[in-house]
Design a protein around this ligand. Structure first.
Ligand code: BG6
Length: 499
């Protein structure tokens, strides 16, 4: 370990996206429907809904943040006359060359992206993959390599084949582990030599909030979500081992939404301090298992106390211990503040995610979606995670979702986005230079505008690249550079010295 005066020479500057939020072409070239294809659009105050059809033909919808099982005989389905924002995304499927060229123009060293599972296995339980889906990602990786960009690939980012949901409840069933491993093995073998960095699951701790996005589970109840999360943890560990066997050059990472672990007590009341710690543990438990290879005692105690029954076999224990990750990655957007006072004001009282977003922090401003802006929280996250695991860290996501206004000439002066990112990069530099954190890279979220995961909106824009698409499903899909595009180019050129 050496003392650093800045970011390392091979720092992975870049951006991150997810297949379901930008590819579109949801039913082309053999792709099967995924969990995102039945999600409607929401807003900051209106949840996204999942649509279904009953055996009698009667249709219905349920909220993604207030889930329950479907009526008997019903299954999730794409309904006519409903608008599903992910179906078109920003049509990266047909624009990937242009988009990767724009990333290269900014000087990207890395592009974190995901593969759409249902492009490779349309229903999830086939034995042979869909060649056209594989060929698409060959083309994307080749394009990245041509432009000198290292792909960092998330195997499962907030989606999975809808077939597995309708068949046996997705990750509620142990059989999904085998389907995931068959899929992962196909990726490891096909893209050997093209892809070296892999992330097994995006924000695996989203299973503390909703079972749907990450796991196709129709519940927000921990007694249902956490047993399903156990199967994901086993699948992740087995995938890590397999990837190392197939190519010892492979580097495997876990990924959590660390905003759920940067938790502040509303004041110095020890009861609030403890509440903050309990909340953070709900996030750390996932990385504890993935980085250390076993369940931490606090989590096992919680399961016993709360009657949460996980199907933890002796074989699972062995698999978990053999499949620890090489690096830790996380997303960081905001911190969370908690209070034992039931009357403490929520930071976003009208949001379907109000409990996740926590109570107001008088020291922090929040975005239009109630996400507390807190650059120091990123330094805290880096320090805590590095101290806990002593493994290299990748900041896999960080960015500002904001409403952009286009000037009459089409330009976007997004100084607020530059300000947000500048302060967060300064904080991460402090973590590297002052605190000695081993940071591998920074892939900001949403270098190009795309569909929001939590709300399904386009107007919640993160990009350096503007995409002409609106929430009323109009727009030319034309790409253009925002002011932040030129700013980020300089940041990368100077390896983070010019901010
Ligand atoms: C993370 C996800 O939660 O944050 C992304 O990994 C998501 O998929 C991003 O898009 C930003 O969240 P949102 O809800 O603003 O899109």
């Amino acid at each position: 370990k050496q003392i650093r005066h800045g970011f390392r020479e091979d720092f992975l500057w870049g951006g991150a996206t997810a297949a379901n939020q930008l590819e579109g072409a949801w039913d082309q070239d053999g792709r099967g429907p995924s969990t995102d294809d039945v999600l409607t659009g929401g807003t900051a105050t209106e949840p996204r809904y999942l649509t279904y059809c009953g055996s009698n033909g009667v249709t219905g919808k349920i909220s993604m943040t207030d889930l329950h099982d479907l009526p008997d005989g019903a299954s999730f389905a794409v309904l006519p006359d409903v608008w599903y924002p992910n179906h078109e995304g920003i049509d990266f499927y047909h624009h990937y060359k242009e988009d990767i060229a724009l990333f290269a123009e900014m000087g990207f060293k890395a592009y974190r992206m995901s593969v759409a599972w249902s492009r490779i296995f349309p229903n999830g339980d086939e034995l042979t993959p869909n060649e056209k889906g594989l060929a698409f990602y060959d083309a994307v990786f080749d394009e990245c390599r041509k432009q000198g960009i290292e792909p960092i690939v998330t195997i499962s980012h907030y989606e999975m084949p809808l077939g597995l949901v309708n068949k046996w409840g997705a990750w509620r069933d142990r059989r999904t582990i085998d389907c995931y491993l068959r899929y992962a093995e196909v990726l490891f073998r096909r893209y050997k030599g093209k892809v070296k960095y892999w992330i097994t699951f995006n924000e695996i701790n989203s299973m503390n909030v909703t079972g749907w996005l990450g796991a196709g589970v129709t519940s927000c109840d921990p007694t249902v979500m956490l047993p399903a999360a156990h199967y994901q943890l086993v699948a992740s560990a087995k995938a890590v081992k397999l990837a190392h066997e197939i190519d010892p050059e492979n580097k495997l990472g876990c990924m959590v939404a660390i905003s759920q672990a940067v938790v502040y007590p509303a004041d110095c009341n020890p009861a609030n301090v403890h509440k903050a710690w309990e909340r953070a543990q709900k996030c750390y438990f996932f990385t504890d298992v993935q980085a250390r290879g076993y369940y931490p005692s606090y989590q096992l105690c919680r399961y016993e106390r709360e009657g949460i029954k996980i199907d933890l076999t002796e074989q699972d224990k062995a698999d978990l211990s053999r499949g620890t990750v090489d690096f830790i990655s996380f997303s960081y957007y905001r911190s969370t503040t908690v209070s034992i006072d039931p009357n403490a004001p929520w930071v976003a009282p009208d949001s379907p995610l109000k409990e996740t977003l926590g109570v107001k922090n008088p020291y922090l401003k929040a975005t239009d979606w109630g996400w507390a802006i807190d650059p120091m929280g990123l330094r805290i996250a880096l320090d805590q995670v590095y101290d806990r695991y002593q493994k290299p860290i990748l900041i896999a996501e960080n960015g500002l979702g904001a409403i952009d206004t286009r000037q009459p000439d089409g330009s976007v002066n997004d100084d607020y986005r530059i300000d947000y990112l500048k302060k967060h990069i300064e904080a991460m530099k402090d973590a590297v230079v002052h605190d000695g954190v081993d940071l591998m890279g920074f892939t900001m979220w949403g270098p190009i505008d795309l569909i929001s995961a939590s709300t399904g909106e386009m107007r919640k824009r993160y990009g350096f690249i503007y995409v002409d698409k609106l929430d009323n499903d109009t727009g030319t899909l034309k790409r253009s550079r925002k002011k932040s595009f030129y700013w980020y180019k300089k940041v990368i050129e100077s390896n983070g010295e010019v901010l």
